[in-house]
Design a protein around this ligand. Structure first.
Ligand code: ARG
Length: 462
């Protein structure tokens, strides 16, 4: 083995690494994405070592300047990553030797790749979570805008995909805003959980050097150093939190995508999607297919898969560091890339969809969607119990169904045949717009409520 290509840990090794193991064992193609975090961690670590007089200032500065040079090389695509040096940590260290010579050997005092890698990764996941939060904010703004333009758009609300009760399209859109707000909160609270700095716990036991972990923790933007060196290098909860939050968010947008696909179908025709977000068929000239929505729906599987893979990797793994855990980065990066694109694509979809207002309105009159309103009327105006009112309303639905009429097509004397002692005003309950506006309970679909909620959200998203 030629000395210049020797692994940093190669002192006691006299054989070249097996080719297939080198290929699988090297994570550089994946973890080079952590270079900024890795260099920042090394610079702060070096500053701490000099502050604590563990290495002298001159060496410290030399190391820091070398690291900055490497950062520029990587940024400008001038750095040659080498699989022989396994990962980002050793690629950088090896290069540092090339640039500043043997003083590079002082950098790795009082640390191990085990604490180094999770310091880098925690910093990266914090950054990635912030990016998710920003994109979710953008998405919510688009949903809000669409909601503002559709306060008076009446549609049937569904349960079991059967027409249930009339709702405002805006209210439906605001429902997704609530989901994305919860996703945001989860990303935010993950950042809080992540906020303990691993750097300085070494391989697993801590170190005999008089290091200052509070200094490195503070400089790297963490709240405090981690408490237990063994737990620190064993812990991948922060990866699982990220993957789980990403999965829940992917699940939310997959539900939206699915609804768009159904609503855009020729059977339902509730919405139109702009040509920008549709594709044609290679054989059927008439086709316009909602592929982007299908991709969003399908790709959620990748997010769930990453979570499942990581849980399985961690299950039963003894403390502390094992190479099993190296796979965590590919999973997190892939989940991040997938979800980020899906969120951006969903944003485009929202902007490019148009409700078929007429169709929505007429469909909201189908399926006797105001039957519950009639029952409620009888409770509120005729002193009936809800169960009795329910039975009478069911009779009215039976009558309407038999006579092939919608509830809003019934005449007053037809209604009084089912229930006597009624005021003419009862006929208002069969009006779907009226039905929507009666739902004034907090969180309900009335126009008044929606307007209030919209102005609250407007302030929130400013
Ligand atoms: N590339 C490794 C990883 O991501 C870094 C830690 C290596 N530590 C070790 N003892 N082999 O897990």
């Amino acid at each position: 083995m030629k000395n210049k290509n020797k692994a940093i840990w190669g002192t006691r090794f006299n054989k070249t690494t097996s080719k297939i193991f080198e290929k699988i064992g090297a994570s550089i193609d994946i973890d080079k994405r952590l270079y900024e975090e890795d260099i920042l961690g090394s610079i702060i670590h070096t500053k701490m070592l000099t502050k604590q007089k563990i290495i002298d200032k001159k060496k410290g500065n030399k190391i820091i300047n070398g690291l900055k040079k490497i950062r520029n090389e990587i940024k400008n695509n001038k750095f040659k990553f080498n699989k022989k040096y396994e990962d980002i940590h050793l690629n950088i260290e090896k290069r540092l030797f090339k640039i500043i010579g043997s003083d590079a050997g002082y950098l790795h005092i009082a640390r191990s790749r085990n604490d180094q890698v999770i310091t880098d990764f925690k910093l990266w996941i914090k950054k990635a979570s912030r990016e998710m939060i920003n994109r979710l904010n953008d998405l919510n703004k688009s949903f809000l805008k669409k909601a503002i333009n559709n306060i008076q758009t009446i549609m049937p609300g569904f349960t079991h995909l059967k027409n249930a009760q009339p709702i405002s399209f805006a209210h439906y859109l605001l429902a997704y805003i609530e989901m994305f707000k919860r996703d945001k909160k989860r990303f935010i609270s993950n950042i809080d959980y992540i906020n303990e700095c691993p750097l300085g716990v070494g391989a697993l036991a801590g170190t005999s050097y008089k290091i200052d972990r509070n200094f490195t923790s503070k400089k790297l933007g963490f709240k405090k150093p981690t408490n237990n060196s063994i737990d620190t290098v064993s812990d991948r909860d922060f990866v699982l939190d990220f993957l789980s939050t990403a999965s829940i968010c992917a699940m939310h947008i997959s539900r939206f995508a699915e609804e768009l696909i159904i609503w855009n179908s020729d059977i339902v025709k509730l919405i139109q999607i702009d040509d920008k977000m549709l594709t044609g068929s290679s054989i059927m000239p008439q086709k316009k297919n909602p592929d982007p929505a299908e991709l969003i729906r399908g790709r959620a599987g990748k997010n769930f898969g990453a979570l499942q893979a990581m849980l399985t990797t961690m299950k039963g793994l003894p403390l502390s560091y094992y190479k099993d855990m190296q796979e965590d980065k590919a999973l997190a990066f892939d989940s991040y890339d997938t979800l980020l694109e899906s969120i951006i694509l969903t944003n485009e979809l929202v902007k490019n969809l148009k409700p078929n207002k007429k169709r929505m309105f007429s469909l909201s009159n189908e399926g006797h969607t105001t039957a519950t309103d009639f029952a409620d009327y009888l409770v509120q105006n005729n002193g009936l119990s809800f169960r009795n009112a329910y039975k009478i309303s069911a009779k009215l639905v039976n009558y309407a169904e038999k006579n092939k009429k919608k509830l809003n097509q019934l005449k007053f004397d037809e209604v009084t045949k089912i229930k006597n002692n009624l005021n003419k005003k009862v006929m208002n309950v069969f009006d779907v717009t009226n039905s929507v506006n009666l739902k004034t309970s907090y969180g309900g679909t009335s126009t008044k409520n929606i307007k209030k909620m919209i102005s609250k959200l407007k302030k929130e998203f400013k």
